[in-house]
Ligand binder design. Structure first.
Ligand SMILES: NC(=O)c1ccc[n+]([C@@H]2O[C@H](COP(=O)([O-])OP(=O)(O)OC[C@H]3O[C@@H](n4cnc5c(N)ncnc54)[C@H](O)[C@@H]3O)[C@@H](O)[C@H]2O)c1
Ligand SMILES: [Zn+2]
Length: 365
């Protein structure tokens, strides 16, 4: 590898995130280095395995044991977890084994949870192949599965021993999935780094075209930002809350749309509305939401809440969010580009009326 990895630290140690075009061709060597002497299984969804085997993600050199499951969020379940752990048991994998997860955030979370629990925990190397997985899901050590009562409700903290992010693998990613990752990158600029935000403004068209050099810088800077925030705060007590920017509204939009609105689009809308809310409350400089929405639009993301989304239901969904205390909705709100508002902590309780006002003002359908 020709560049130094980003190092992510956590309560039990640290791990490298290699961000480099072509990194996937070093998979065998990196696995030997990070899982020495272990019998290794690769866990991968069927779509990604097909791309990998056909060489479309780069040289598909991994010829070791492989376990698969169908692509998609519905695989992030206890059923799939049970099937995968049973398969490992049947094949006789012991506590001296290791795991490679190859794929998007679903694979990282699911296979990471298999690694967290199998024989009370195996080391694993994460190979993210979606933009969201590279710059968001692969940093922070959260693994888990969904339940009928909600997403990510059963899981564990289990950081990987290494992450191998190869931006060239993103050339085959569907447009919507690609844009979802860009929305999180815009969030990273907004919450922590004005220069990064402005760099995205300058390079928006290179980003749309997935220029490898530009993408490498994007993934690297986003990983650095998320790593810095979670290293500060491995257990979500304080500053980590800023990563939730845009997401209070986004989760409500996803829920009220019955998950028809993709996460990235919901995050884009959430960022704009929450900036507007911060401006209305006098916490953020005026015009911030215009600037954020201009960048999001240039990156192919929406700035209008789709018609048919019920405002009352949106507020109801925010009220039900597990992060609320004392009957008020708590938001991580920006102060300016690159800096979040902080007064008594990193979140602010906002009265319903202020939220209603912003929702009524938003040029929604
Ligand atoms: N652990 C965390 O901190 C964290 C953070 C954010 C999101 N997540 C989780 O991540 C999940 C979403 O991740 P995602 O958007 O990557 O979804 P995903 O893993 O379902 O991937 C999206 C689709 O892209 C396909 N795909 C993957 N790589 C590809 C490639 N290079 N080319 C073409 N197709 C490819 C997959 O097969 C899948 O169909 C959610 O479950 C979310 O909860 C976790
Ligand atoms: Zn998100």
């Amino acid at each position: 590898m020709s560049t130094d990895p980003v190092v992510v630290s956590h309560a039990q140690g640290s791990y490298p995130v290699y961000v480099e075009p072509g990194a996937i061709s070093h998979l065998g060597a990196l696995v030997l280095q990070h899982l020495p002497g272990r019998r290794v299984a690769m866990l991968v969804d069927e779509t990604v395995l097909q791309l990998y085997r056909s060489g479309r993600l780069g040289p598909g050199e991994w010829s070791g044991e492989t376990l698969t499951f169908p692509a998609g969020e519905q695989s992030k379940s206890r059923d799939t977890w049970a099937r995968l752990t049973d398969a490992l048991l049947e094949r006789g994998f012991g506590r001296d084994s290791g795991i490679i997860t190859l794929g998007g955030g679903v694979t990282g979370d699911l296979a990471g949870f298999v690694a967290a629990t199998y024989m009370r925990g195996l080391p694993y190397v994460q190979v993210p192949t979606t933009l969201l997985a590279m710059l968001d899901a692969s940093v922070g050590g959260k693994t888990g599965v969904d339940t009928a009562k909600g997403k990510n409700l059963v899981g564990a903290f289990h950081p990987p021993v290494a992450v191998i992010a190869d931006p060239l693998t993103l050339s085959t990613l569907p447009e919507r999935d690609y844009r979802a990752g860009l929305a999180e990158a815009v969030k990273h600029g907004l919450i922590a780094d004005r220069d990064y935000f402005e760099w995205m403004e300058t390079h928006a068209s290179d980003l749309i075209q997935r220029d490898p050099g530009t993408l490498t810088r994007l993934v690297r800077r986003s990983v650095e930002i998320k790593a810095a925030v979670v290293s500060d705060d491995e257990r979500e007590a304080g500053r980590r809350a800023i990563l939730n920017a845009g997401h209070t509204v986004a989760h409500a939009l996803e829920q009220v749309s019955n998950y028809q609105l993709p996460h990235g689009e919901a995050v884009a809308l959430g960022l704009v509305l929450e900036c507007e809310l911060a401006e209305q409350l006098g916490l953020a400089e005026s015009g911030l939401h215009h600037r954020v929405s201009r960048l999001l639009i240039r990156l192919g993301l929406p700035d209008r809440v789709p018609a048919g989304i019920d405002r009352t239901a949106l507020i109801g969904s925010m009220m039900a969010d597990k992060k609320n205390r004392g009957g008020q909705i708590h938001f991580a709100l920006p102060a300016t580009l690159g800096r979040m508002h902080q007064l008594h902590g990193w979140t602010t309780a906002v009265p319903d009326a202020a939220i209603r006002r912003v929702l009524a003002l938003s040029n929604a359908g």
